[in-house]
Design a protein around this ligand. Structure first.
Ligand code: UD1
Length: 390
């Protein structure tokens, strides 16, 4: 029988604490908060920022671009080793849960903040809702993989972006009734912001770079890399910069540089590998800047998770410089090709794309801009039914 929705959220049912910590969380949470506010009845929320990312470039600028409200609570944990960062979030989150008595804690993605808040909530008997559940790279050397596996084990409601995620969860013994295939909230953000995207020329100008550098007939490519496995070892970082320099002979490459990558290039003395006129180094870009850059690029080279999905939605060919992906649908249906750190493979696939033989792909099921609404409808029903039962 279908649950009758009340006109107002029950006064005895607490708010949903919505957790963000790091840059890739922000574009996932923005449409969720809007859908919760628009739901009938409105789902009350508290936006909690752990403070894992705190720079203007990594944080404030994205909040503005995504029209995210100022967080209700900021734990201000900042940077640290994985243990310190995770422990600090846990320590500071516990009293918030005690004080606010949430109906559930909603976490997104796979960053340290996701796992830390999950552990605190579940041990206090507060249900955990995981958005973007079930993705697996099967590479336990990635900190994000550990965060995903552990979060999913204890989460009560798991929302997935692609159908393969449910198979991964089932293999780990997670009951099917906890899993809902809803689609991809990142694509909600992408579709609702696409018309506000900044022009690539504006992005360069804002960084004090001459836009003429990317206005030639051959167009331009985009590069992002920040995974420790790619940027924390001098020889690997040098070989990747070397092959990117070769590609930049054919097409100018615009880099949006993560602070970790920037500092490692300096620390390892690799600045000489960068040809400033063809390898254009920009600071981390805002959301609308990155959207404009990607949408207009001929090729994207990345090790990011999110960019694999965004390029698939935009139909832009993407080469992922990793040995594995937790987002296989972007390869099977989308524009993504895995090239690892294999320099020949990177060279070959980049040449294919520049010769007009890149993948055009198609947009996966339920990546339609309506995922947050599906989550709001399902979560409200689930919470109210539980509440009525107790
Ligand atoms: C985190 C996520 C990763 C995500 C990435 C996006 C984990 C395990 N990793 O990695 O999944 O793809 O965010 O950016 O949670 N720093 C700044 N300013 C900031 C934040 C960080 O300069 O605002 C620098 C600090 O030197 C810090 C380093 O970046 O030590 C790494 O930050 P951290 O949050 O630990 O991990 P990310 O590499 O950003």
């Amino acid at each position: 029988m279908k649950t009758q929705m009340p006109d107002h959220w029950p006064s005895t049912l607490g708010p949903v604490i919505c957790v963000v910590g790091a840059r890739p969380n922000f574009m996932k949470m923005a449409p969720i908060l809007r859908a919760f506010a628009a739901h009938q009845p409105a789902i009350p929320t508290l936006l909690l920022h752990t403070g894992q990312h705190y720079d203007r470039d990594m944080n404030d600028k994205l909040f503005e671009d995504l029209r995210l409200p100022h967080p209700d609570i900021n734990l201000e944990v900042g940077s640290g080793s994985h243990a310190v960062q995770t422990a600090e979030v846990m320590r500071r989150f516990e009293p918030v849960v005690d004080d606010k008595k949430p109906s559930c804690v909603l976490v997104v993605g796979d960053v340290n903040s996701t796992l830390a808040c999950t552990l605190v909530a579940v041990k206090k008997g507060i249900p955990v809702v995981h958005v973007e559940a079930g993705l697996r790279s099967y590479d336990r050397a990635m900190p994000e993989e550990i965060n995903r596996v552990l979060t999913d084990q204890v989460a009560d409601r798991l929302y997935t972006t692609e159908r393969s995620a449910a198979d991964n969860l089932t293999r780990e013994g997670i009951a099917a009734e906890r899993i809902r295939f809803v689609g991809n909230v990142m694509i909600d953000s992408l579709l609702s912001n696409r018309s506000f995207a900044r022009s690539p020329a504006d992005c360069l100008q804002a960084a004090g770079v001459d836009p003429a550098l990317i206005q030639g007939a051959q167009g331009f490519g985009i590069v992002t890399m920040h995974r420790p496995s790619n940027v924390d070892h001098a020889d690997i970082l040098a070989s990747l910069l070397g092959v990117l320099r070769e590609i930049s002979e054919s097409i100018p490459l615009v880099f949006a540089l993560h602070p970790r990558t920037k500092s490692n290039i300096e620390r390892f003395g690799l600045g000489n590998l960068i040809d400033q006129t063809k390898m254009i180094m920009l600071p981390p870009q805002g959301y609308l800047e990155m959207l404009g850059l990607m949408a207009n690029a001929r090729i994207v080279l990345t090790d990011s998770g999110g960019l694999q999905e965004e390029t698939t939605a935009l139909g832009v060919p993407c080469l992922t410089m990793r040995e594995n992906t937790e987002r296989p649908i972007t390869v099977e249906q989308g524009t993504n090709t895995m090239v690892g750190r294999n320099l020949d493979s990177i060279r070959h696939h980049a040449a294919e794309i520049l010769a007009g033989r890149g993948k055009s792909g198609r947009v996966p099921e339920n990546w339609d801009g309506q995922t947050s609404q599906r989550i709001a409808a399902d979560l409200a029903t689930w919470l109210i039914e539980r509440h009525n039962r107790n």
